[in-house]
Design a protein around this ligand. Structure first.
Ligand code: FCB
Length: 448
C-alpha cells in the first residue's frame, strides 16, 4: 500500500441538496417547487415517494452540522431552496427562508466548516413552471435577482458559490426524457432550457460578484464518453460542450447547431447572451459517478434524452462491476475527465460530487459496514490524485452524500450516504465509509 498525499489547501467536503434532505416542505412560508408537484404525480417516483419529510434536516440542522464536524470536514456543499427565499419565485423575500440559511451558514462557520451553497439544485418554484419553466427566458432573468438576494445576506461568510447543479439534468432529464421534474418530453424545450440555464448561470455570476462573492462556480456533470471517435465527439458536443463552451469560451460549437437543426434554429439565443454567459469563474465543479459508452451507428434513432443524437447508441461493457444504481464502476473515468478539462479549458476544478449507492443497513451489532462504498471512495479519491499527478489543478473532493436521502425519481430506495438514515426514527449512524472518509481527511490522503 502506498500513501497518496494531497496538495496543501486541498479541501475535503460532503454534499447534499435542499429537496433531498430538508423536509419541512410547507413550513415557514416555503412555496411549492416542481419537485413537490412531480413527486406527487402518480407514477413519477418510486412508490410515489416525495421529499416532504426526507431527512427532516430542516429541524435537525444543529445535530447534522455537529455530525459533519465530527468527520473533520473542511467544506459542506448544500443547496438553497429558491421556494424558501421567494415562495412564488419573484417578489419579496420570505424572511424565515433566508434566516434559515443564514443560521446554517453561521453554524458551519462556528464548526470550522467552509460553507459552499448551490443556488439551484432542481427545486424550481412551481410558479415559473406554470409560466413555462426553464424554456422561458424570464426564469433565467429572475434567477439573477434571486442570486442577488441570497448573496446580499450570505456572501460575507461563503467560501465558494455554485450557481447551478447539473444543468444537463435540469434541461435533458426535466424537458427531454421527462425522468425528472417537470417531466416534459419536448426536444425544443430541452434545448431552450439548456440555453436559459447557461444564461441564468451568467446572470447569477454577475449578481454574486456585485454582492462581493469571493469564489463563483457551477457544478456540471460532464459525461465521460468512451467508445469510437465519432460517437464520442458527438456526445461530447451535445452533452458537455453545450455547457463548457458558452461558459468557458463564450460560444456554442457549430456542430451543436448542425445536429439539432431538425428541431430548432436556436433563434432564442439573443445578441449579447454569450457575453452574459461567459463570465470569469474561479473553478469548475465536476460531478462524476461513471463513464458512459457509445458507438456510431447511422441507423440509431435519436435518444429522447439528448436531442441531436441520431446515429449514436449507448452500450454497456459487460465485465464492469456496478453499484446499486446499475452504474458501472470505473475510477479512471474521473482521472480522464479532470485531465481533459485541464487541457482543453485550463480551468481549476473541484470534484463537487462523487459516490455510490449501496443498500447496506445496520447489522445485528448496529454497525453499517458498507465495504463496497469504502472501496468506491478509495479508488475514486486515488483517481483524483492521479489527475493531479498528470497536471490537473484540482482544488478539492466532495463526497455525495453526507447522508442517505431522497434520490429523486428513485425515492428512498437508493442510499448514497456515508451516514445511514433510519427514515422511521431519523436516527443517523456513521457507516464504515464515514469513518474511512474521516481518516482520509485526517491523513490528508488515501492509501492505495
Ligand atoms: C446527481 C445529483 C444528486 C444526486 C446524485 C446521485 O446527479 O446532483 O442530487 O442525486 O446524482
Amino acid at each position: 500500500m502506498t500513501q497518496l498525499t494531497f496538495p496543501e489547501g486541498f479541501l475535503w467536503g460532503t454534499a447534499t441538496a435542499s429537496y433531498q434532505i430538508e423536509g419541512a416542505a410547507d413550513e415557514d412560508g416555503r412555496g411549492p417547487s416542481i419537485w413537490d408537484t412531480f413527486s406527487q404525480t402518480p407514477g413519477k417516483t418510486w412508490r410515489g415517494q416525495t421529499g416532504r419529510v426526507a431527512c427532516d434536516h430542516y429541524h435537525r440542522t444543529e445535530e447534522d452540522v455537529a455530525l459533519m464536524a465530527s468527520l473533520g470536514l473542511d467544506t459542506y456543499r448544500f443547496s438553497v431552496a429558491w421556494p424558501r427565499i421567494q415562495p412564488d419565485g419573484t417578489g419579496p423575500v420570505n424572511p424565515a427562508g433566508i434566516d434559515y440559511y443564514d443560521r446554517l451558514v453561521d453554524l458551519l462557520v462556528e464548526a470550522g466548516i467552509k460553507p459552499m451553497p448551490t443556488l439551484y439544485h432542481w427545486d424550481l418554484p412551481q410558479s415559473f413552471e406554470d409560466r413555462g419553466g426553464w424554456p422561458e427566458r424570464e426564469t433565467a432573468e429572475r434567477f439573477g435577482d434571486y442570486a442577488a438576494i441570497v448573496a446580499d445576506r450570505l456572501a460575507d461568510r461563503v467560501h465558494t458559490w455554485w450557481t447551478l447543479n447539473e444543468p444537463w439534468c435540469s434541461a435533458f432529464l426535466g424537458y427531454g426524457d421527462g425522468h425528472h421534474a417537470p417531466g416534459r418530453t419536448e426536444p425544443v424545450a430541452a434545448l431552450k432550457a439548456a440555453h436559459h440555464l447557461n444564461l441564468a448561470h451568467g446572470l447569477a455570476t454577475q449578481a454574486l460578484r456585485a454582492a462581493g462573492a469571493e469564489r463563483v462556480s457551477i457544478a456540471l456533470n460532464p459525461t465521460q464518453p468512451r467508445g469510437d471517435e465519432e460517437a464520442v465527439r458527438i456526445v461530447d458536443t451535445l452533452a458537455n460542450r453545450v455547457f463548457f463552451d458558452p461558459i468557458l469560451k463564450g460560444e456554442y460549437p457549430a456542430e451543436l447547431f448542425e445536429r439539432t437543426a431538425v428541431h430548432t434554429d436556436w433563434s432564442f439565443v439573443q445578441d449579447g447572451d454569450l457575453e452574459q454567459i461567459n463570465q470569469r469563474i474561479d473553478l469548475l465543479g465536476v460531478n462524476y459517478y461513471n463513464p458512459a459508452w457509445f458507438r456510431y451507428n447511422p441507423d440509431a434513432p435519436e435518444s429522447q434524452v439528448q436531442p441531436g443524437s441520431a446515429g449514436v447508441e449507448g452500450y454497456r461493457p459487460e465485465e464492469l462491476p456496478v453499484t446499486d444504481m446499475g452504474w458501472p464502476i470505473e475510477p479512471t473515468g474521473l482521472t480522464d475527465l479532470l485531465v481533459r478539462i485541464h487541457k482543453d479549458y485550463g480551468v481549476p476544478t473541484m470534484v463537487t460530487e462523487n459516490g455510490a449507492a449501496y443498500p447496506t443497513g445496520p447489522g445485528e451489532d448496529g454497525e453499517v459496514d458498507d465495504v463496497e462504498r469504502v472501496d468506491y471512495l478509495r479508488s475514486h479519491i486515488a483517481a483524483v490524485h492521479d489527475a493531479i499527478e498528470e497536471g490537473a489543478d484540482v482544488r478539492g473532493y466532495t463526497a455525495w452524500s453526507l447522508m442517505d436521502n431522497f434520490e429523486w425519481a428513485f425515492g428512498y430506495d437508493k442510499r448514497f450516504g456515508i451516514v445511514h438514515v433510519d427514515y422511521a426514527t431519523q436516527k443517523r449512524t456513521l457507516k464504515s465509509s464515514a469513518k474511512f472518509y474521516a481518516k482520509v481527511i485526517a491523513d490528508h490522503g488515501v492509501e492505495r
